[in-house]
Design a protein around this ligand. Structure first.
Ligand code: NAD
Ligand code: IPM
Ligand code: MN
Length: 361
């Protein structure tokens, strides 16, 4: 198959892990007789530095035409002084909005060989396997107004949703649950927020269409606690943009590192952009220390969701698992008796697994 992929490395470790994903995809193409073409575009701080805009028009246009998009990460201290609308993060928010990427799927599944890498007790973490379905183009991130008052003495952010925006993400939550263990937890703050009360009503309306899915509602503060005390309770969690952002970094603790969590950001027609959950990690950027697995696993999600290459996606996941089984890991993971490698060398190990003849899928 021929596929055209737009790469948006962005900033900091985004650049390093994107190189890993590209090399892995080349190995997948080579082994399976596919032909992937890659086109790199600027986003975030890199785009501000070169073009004065965190989201140049040509980046959006290339992304629109691509079969799929991979994004590394944006942001960093050199751009933190910029006003809100000129920050690197606006590039990421802008592309999500402009491409209509309303559904962000964030799977959280621990690798069995990393059970001890979590600071949580092994018996708490064992068996956890959940999916956070995060609304991505509405809520607090996008509501208007979002501004300081003229006298500088007040400030407002707005949490707004249309019925349609809530309906489509709730439907996505039900559909995802249907493909998994059929248990949907809707997370909100309905004891305080009107937007959450409408969210809850819509979940109640939709459940009639999905009689096979078991549904419950949980307040976000309680959900944050349950995620680390009883994570196996959860199958699919569907939630508002900012709640999903916060809960997914928290959930990464179950796996041992934020550097392991991939995600898919999907449009209504199912096409998508694939991005790790983590950021540009300025504290380790440029040191070849980044864990490339979140980005590599995001590329695997692209193979599955956008290209319907199930076998190839599983092959990448299996290669990652075998590398971890052999004890190889980056510095973010504390593994007893493991072998610590840099980003480049760990990527090389994954590629060796993919190209080795005896890898069975
Ligand atoms: P971060 O996710 O970049 O880093 C948090 C911590 O996790 C750091 O200690 C970092 O070293 C570590 N970490 C993250 N990914 C890692 C990986 N792959 N391998 C090893 N360690 C990893 O979050 P932050 O420090 O709060 O934010 C830094 C910048 O990134 C900010 O500008 C923020 O806006 C941006 N950010 C961007 C995205 C994105 O582009 N999707 C996501 C989150 C944060
Ligand atoms: C993420 C990030 C982004 C978000 C930031 C960088 C805008 O934290 O992808 O999780 O909050 O959505
Ligand atoms: Mn985040």
């Amino acid at each position: 198959m021929n596929k055209h992929v737009v790469l948006l490395p962005g900033d900091g470790i985004g650049k390093e892990v994107m190189e890993s994903a590209r090399l892995v995809l080349e190995a997948v193409a080579e082994r399976n007789g596919h032909h992937f073409t890659f086109e790199e575009k600027l986003i975030g701080g890199a785009a501000i530095d070169e073009m004065g805009d965190p989201l140049p028009r040509e980046t959006v246009e290339a992304a629109e035409k691509a079969d799929a998009v991979l994004l590394g990460a944006v942001g960093g201290p050199s751009w933190d002084h910029l006003p809100g609308s000129g920050r690197p993060e606006q590039g990421l928010l802008g592309i999500r909005k402009q491409l209509g990427l309303f559904a962000n799927l964030r799977p959280v599944k621990g690798f069995r060989q990393l059970l001890h890498a979590s600071p949580l007790k092994k018996e708490v973490v064992e068996g956890s396997d959940l999916l956070i379905v995060r609304e991505l183009t509405g809520g607090l991130y996008f509501g208007e107004p979002q501004e300081r008052s003229e006298d500088g003495e007040g400030v407002v952010d707005t949490l707004s949703y249309s019925r349609k925006e809530i309906e489509r993400i709730v439907e996505q939550g039900f559909e995802s649950a249907r493909k998994r263990r059929k248990q949907l937890t809707s997370v909100d703050k309905a004891n305080v927020l009107e937007s959450s009360r409408m969210w809850r009503e819509i979940v109640e309306e939709k459940r009639a269409d999905y009689p096979d899915v078991k549904v419950d509602h949980m307040l976000v503060d309680a959900a944050a606690m349950k995620l680390v005390t009883d994570p196996t309770y959860f199958d699919v969690v569907v939630t508002e943009n900012m709640f999903g952002d916060i809960l997914s970094d928290e959930a990464s603790v179950l796996t041992g590192s934020l550097g392991l969590l991939p995600s898919a950001s999907l449009r209504e027609d199912g096409t998508g952009l694939y991005e790790p959950v983590h950021g540009s990690a300025p504290d380790i950027a440029g040191e070849d220390k980044a864990n490339p697995l979140a980005m590599i696993l995001s590329a695997a999600m692209m193979l599955k969701h956008s290209f319907h290459m199930e076998k190839e996606a599983e092959h990448v996941e299996k290669a990652v698992q075998e590398v971890l089984d052999a004890g190889y890991h980056t510095a973010d993971l504390s593994v007893v008796n493991g072998t610590e490698l840099g980003c480049t060398d760990l990527t090389r190990k994954v590629i060796e697994q993919i190209t080795s003849e005896d890898t069975t899928v």
